[in-house]
Unconditional design. Sequence first.
Length: 60
Amino acid sequence: MDKIALCKIGHLEEGDPQELGKLMGDLARRYPHIDIWGGCCGTWEKHLGQIAEQVNQARA
């Protein structure tokens, strides 16, 4: 089942993209060897943007 189909079911929540980014940034600081970051179903551009921003800041 793809992400669009799951969204039509109506049980996915958007969550908090900024909080997700912050949590991923914290993980990037703790585990600098991890170099692949992403999400799961329900993760959209705004989530991935926050993850990228926070991970980049953690690695600067």
